[in-house]
Design a protein around this ligand. Sequence first.
Ligand SMILES: Nc1nc2c(ncn2[C@@H]2O[C@H](COP(=O)(O)OP(=O)(O)OP(=O)(O)O)[C@@H](O)[C@H]2O)c(=O)[nH]1
Length: 715
Amino acid sequence: MSRRRAPCRRQQAAPRRAAPSGCFRSWYLGRATRGLLSSLHRVCLSPVHRTLLGVPLKTNGLCCCCLLVPSPDASIARVMWTLVGRGWGAHALSRGWATGAALGPAPTFGAAPESWPTCRVYSSAEFKEKLDMSRFPVENIRNFSIVAHVDHGKSTLADRLLELTGTIDKTENNKQVLDKLQVERERGITVKAQTASLFYNCEGKQYLLNLIDTPGIQAQTVANFFLAFEAQLSVIPVINKIDLKNADPERVENQIEKVFDIPSDECIKISAKLGTNVESVLQAVIERIPPPKVHRKNPLRALVFDSTFDQYRGVIANVALFDGVVSKGDKIVSAHTQKTYEVNEVGVLNPNEQPTHKLYAGQVGYLIAGMKNVIEAQIGDTLYLHKQPVEPLPGFKSAKPMVFAGMYPVDQSEYNNLKSAIEKLTLNDSSVTVHRDSSLALGAGWRLGFLGLLHMEVFNQRLEQEYNASVILTTPTVPYKAVLSSSKLIKEYREKEITIINPAQFPDKSKVTEYLEPVVLGTIITPDEYTGKIMMLCEARRAVQKNMIFIDQNRVMLKYLFPLNEIVVDFYDSLKSLSSGYASFDYEDAGYQTAELVKMDILLNGNTVEELVTVVHKDKAHSIGKAICERLKDSLPRQLFEIAIQAAIGSKIIARETVKAYRKNVLAKCYGGDITRKMKLLKRQAEGKKKLRKIGNVEVPKDAFIKVLKTRSSK
Ligand SMILES: Nc1nc2c(ncn2[C@@H]2O[C@H](COP(=O)(O)OP(=O)(O)OP(=O)(O)O)[C@@H](O)[C@H]2O)c(=O)[nH]1
């Protein structure tokens, strides 16, 4: 008898126990949980423990349950902790029954029940009914994605589509269901594209609709439209938020016709919030999008288009099958690493993981194959069957980073932890590029490339929230270029034109023929009453007007060539506030142009602040330097001595501010001679100092630099 099957048999034989109220939300979970419990019973518990352990199950989702210990008997809490948090988790894991995580430290004997840890247990695929995906022939499959600017309602539309297809229950609480990350929930934005397979019945046929909800981080919807157009993909124009009082869908239809040459009668007008007309979107997906062009009889070719890392199960690769079939037990090879793996589990995301017997060409799902290292599942890689090697798929054109910043651990002893966190996070977000870097002041670190500033902030926030990392980030910079004249430097770099992503390595003017800065072609569509103000804003950002046309009676489309560094930080915010939110902005890469660039240092009492070294346009150096010094003055606490804050180009000081000396006597608050109060104040002061960085003899709070960065391009 296989040991693995034992708990299943037990649970099947056992009479179905009534779940405590609010306990099991799904039969599968109930079954899985009972299976897990019975294994617990079997393992080693005394009768007393068994009775108590039978009770306390509460679910908090379809495939997740919390085990809470109800008994005030702390010894049971400890048993629970040991079993669930460690021993049992590992035991169940080793048998493929479940994955588990104990949240919080082990309880001490006699601790109050409220302080006991909650143990979260994820039921395993073993206990879920597997779907038969062979019932979806290629002609019944549609792959589609929702692409739009930030806040246009992509995730809300995805919620409605999930509800309409019965993928999730219709409740008041369905808000951005596919936005699963903490940072996405907090900021209300999609950071990571999410996939969901929807099953939809239409005219007697069952369709499989694979949806990808994309982030709107980049202002590149128009550019994306033209990319889709070039690739001859079907585009379904959807006009959202028609429920708003000032919505004017007819006008938007006309604009779409004028700008994109799409007949206005192809537009679908919906309110994703209220669900109005959303079913037409599904109809259009079926009617207007062709089924994928794939071959099930050919050998397997699966494209890895995303991956996540699960502490317990290793790498979960999201795959799109272009050819063939894959199932559990298959031996597959990664075209990138040439390593061979055995497939442990395949399934679809619905929107949570739902195991299937197999995945067939044309389908999109996930695959777990014992990849333990994050680098083993490269996005764009092709997986094929060990016995049937194939030509790899072309993969993806990697996203081009627009902004670079240095990242260093606050404490160098954290270097390895931060390295592993960055590796895991970049597996999750392949648009981030990573190069090793080092600095005299900040130690060993990395230079990371991001799609924009918001992307950088989100990445940083995810490092802090998901990996508890504490990092120093340097001023973001765009990738400048320099054409070298110094033969020594040309020999050193082995090329004449170099790209500079680290301002500290900006070559001196005497060694350079010319500097180049990246430019983008920006498209602004605005009601005409804001045109004047917007033109002034663009000119202040050194932009050159290329075109201006009326796209309807009161809407103007402006095209400007912008230096990239003028728009990456806060151009979009300024444009939105100037136009009361009505102007839209989109940009696409437009190469490089010659520019008069200089490297600017910020000094604190004569010592360079490595985080704030930056490259600026010569004409803006003074105003930017002054703004940084002023803002830094506001962010620095007074210290026992005077602090000179200076902006310098080479040895020339172009701006200066002074922070006056001040003695912060924390004990001044302490009137009496109470020693415990004195100690408390001194301890608090010492804790505060941990958040400081020392530059020379000046102590700088960590957030001081972040505040400073915001002023840069607004000047
Ligand atoms: N009135 C109205 N509000 C809507 C509608 N659709 C979405 N919203 C609101 O618009 C805001 C943004 O919606 P999201 O679905 O997060 O937008 P998104 O495009 O996914 O945003 P990103 O992921 O940040 O790119 C939310 O406050 C929604 O409630 C709609 O049809 N009508």
